[in-house]
Design a protein around this ligand. Structure first.
Ligand code: 5GP
Ligand code: MN
Length: 539
């Protein structure tokens, strides 16, 4: 068969190609492509000795090594592959190369170095993200993990929303092992103060601390609550709080612990019946059960199952309460099982009232009612007592800022994470965007200054009118937090102003003839604009 031999250079290196004279054009192109080690989307150009571009085809004139063609890759386009293929392939490649690297290092060093372990974790977490974010499903990596006929929703954290069986079992075993241990007197006392730091305790320990609260308020003895039933109840409660940034089991604990602290600080045991205290503590424990991280406005606007079930009336709070009584329906979880029917009824009525009172849309009504009864408040008047109980759970529910700054500030980060997620989803789904959750409008300090001034302080001050000792315990730290966030807000404003000035200066520099070296002096303010001090306030 007649063949042609062509001489050419590629990247300065001499090459020669041989092909049958009657072969298809594509074969010749592929031949040159492989000589240039080019990908399918790279652009190749062939030049003749005169420097003109010529077609790569079987009709090319045969030449000699001294008068050869020149082949060039003029554009290497590696991103024209579909992103889905690109991502999954690169993920697989990362995995593969890491495995190889680990094997090699293991053979030589005998153990996986921390840096390889860290890289593996990062690859895993990246994969998990790609597999769990529904709106990235077009990448072809999304795994729908929703069970049964449950309609998937675009939760960015849906993969970790509900606790897994393994996670629950692990915590249950740990809790049961620890529950027989004696909690020190020091911790028992610390648990009665609003300065308690929840971040130091893991979930199994938190369950032990909740058990201590029931014991130290004498509930176990007074209401004949068997230890196994209390443990089983607390475990079910733990299980039904979801893994979301804010409304999780740790939030349940904080609210309950604040309620516990308030009971001791105000000596409520001498003023109310034990059954009322039992109602308040248990309401706090159950008040956000199965929260999914989307508030009532979202439930109603998105017409979720909850909004439909409860006709837009406090869908979340109704749900938290229903889940609580669903847990209590099982006799092995029912901490009230040894009480007569009328007491159970009283408790049920009380818990429903308290949990429904945590819907912030009732805030003004409840606070106004409390203010109106305060001048002639009687702990023995049922109406007064009911409002007080609602006020106490409301105070506990929103009491993070009454805690030390190191405890409170991470909670704000968690809250904003949940808020921002909701507003992102609202934008994605074309729903009305909840303004105080919008990441384009709300900052850490702006979120707190308004909330503290208009919600927290007016509420806390009224409670302190009834219990003056609370001034020092919960109002002082809230005022401090207000100062802290006011300063932070001012610093952010200054920073914004500085940035705008810098931008204007840069713009005017662009439109005026340049000075020597083209340097624009932005002034001392500009150089301070991004220091940490300007963000947290110079004090
Ligand atoms: P929840 O019953 O949802 O735990 O608390 C009631 C609501 O009060 C929260 O969903 C949130 O909107 C608001 N809230 C509670 N604590 C804070 C806070 O520290 N800052 C702000 N901005 N809002 C809060
Ligand atoms: Mn809450």
């Amino acid at each position: 068969m007649a063949t042609k031999i062509l001489y050419f250079t590629v990247n300065g290196k001499p090459e020669q190609a041989e092909f049958p004279v009657d072969c298809p054009a594509q074969d010749v192109k592929d031949l040159f492509r492989s000589a240039a080690e080019a990908g399918p989307h790279d652009i190749l150009k062939l030049y003749n000795p005169k420097g003109n571009i010529i077609n790569i085809s079987p009709g090319l004139e045969p030449n000699s090594p001294s008068c050869c063609y020149k082949l060039e890759v003029v554009a290497a386009d590696r991103n024209t592959e579909p992103l889905g293929t690109f991502t999954s392939t690169s993920l697989m490649m990362c995995d593969f190369r890491l495995q190889g690297l680990e094997k090699k290092i293991l053979m030589e060093a005998g153990e996986t170095p921390a840096v390889v372990y860290e890289m593996k974790k990062q690859v895993d977490s990246f994969r998990e993200k790609l597999e769990s974010v529904e709106h990235l499903s077009w990448l072809g990596l999304f795994k729908d993990l929703s069970e049964g006929n449950h309609k998937p929703s675009p939760f960015y954290h849906k993969r970790t929303l509900r606790k897994t069986r393994e996670e629950c079992e692990h915590v249950r075993v740990k809790f049961l092992q620890m529950s027989s241990l004696e909690v020190s007197e020091e911790v028992r006392q610390y648990l009665k103060t609003p300065t308690f730091d929840n971040w130091q305790w893991e979930d199994a320990e938190i369950m032990v601390l909740l058990q201590v609260m029931y014991t130290d308020l004498d509930f176990t003895a007074t209401f004949n609550i068997e230890p196994e039933v209390l443990q089983q109840f607390l475990y079910e409660v733990y299980r039904r709080y979801n893994n979301i940034p804010f409304h999780n089991f740790k939030h349940c604990f904080c609210v309950t612990q604040m309620m516990y602290g308030l009971i001791w600080l105000t000596d409520l045991r001498s003023k109310l019946d034990a059954i009322d205290l039992l109602i308040m503590l248990t309401s706090a424990v159950c008040h956000d059960l199965d929260h999914t991280g989307y508030n009532n406005a979202y439930q109603i606007n998105a017409r979720t199952e909850l909004a439909l079930r409860y006709n837009d009336i406090s869908p979340l709070e109704n749900h938290h309460c229903a889940v609580a009584f669903e847990i209590l329906e099982k006799t092995e979880n029912n901490i009230f099982r040894n009480l007569p029917m009328d007491k159970y009824k009283q408790i049920r009525e009380g818990i429903i009232k308290c949990i429904l009172a945590t819907d912030m849309t009732s805030h003004n009504d409840i606070l106004s009612k409390f203010k109106s009864i305060l001048p002639a408040f009687h702990f023995t008047t049922k109406d007064h007592k009911d409002v007080l109980m609602m006020i106490l759970i409301k105070v506990s529910d929103i009491s993070n800022e009454a805690r030390p700054m190191e405890v409170a500030e991470p909670w704000l980060d968690c809250l904003l994470q949940e808020f921002y997620n909701q507003s992102d989803v609202e934008k994605m789904e074309g729903l009305p965007v909840t303004p105080f959750m919008d990441r384009d409008k709300v900052t850490k300090p702006s979120s707190q200054t308004g909330f503290i001034r208009f919600v927290l302080l007016p509420l806390f001050i009224e409670l302190a009118n009834l219990f003056p000792c609370l001034e020092h315990h919960i109002i002082d730290p809230v005022r401090k937090a207000l100062d802290y966030y006011t300063e932070m807000e001012k610093a952010l404003e200054r920073e914004k102003l500085n940035r705008a000035q810098c931008e204007n200066a840069a713009k005017s520099k662009d439109t005026t003839p340049s000075t020597a070296g083209g340097h624009v002096e932005a002034g001392p303010e500009a150089s301070r604009a991004h220091t940490p001090q300007t963000v947290v306030g110079d004090t």
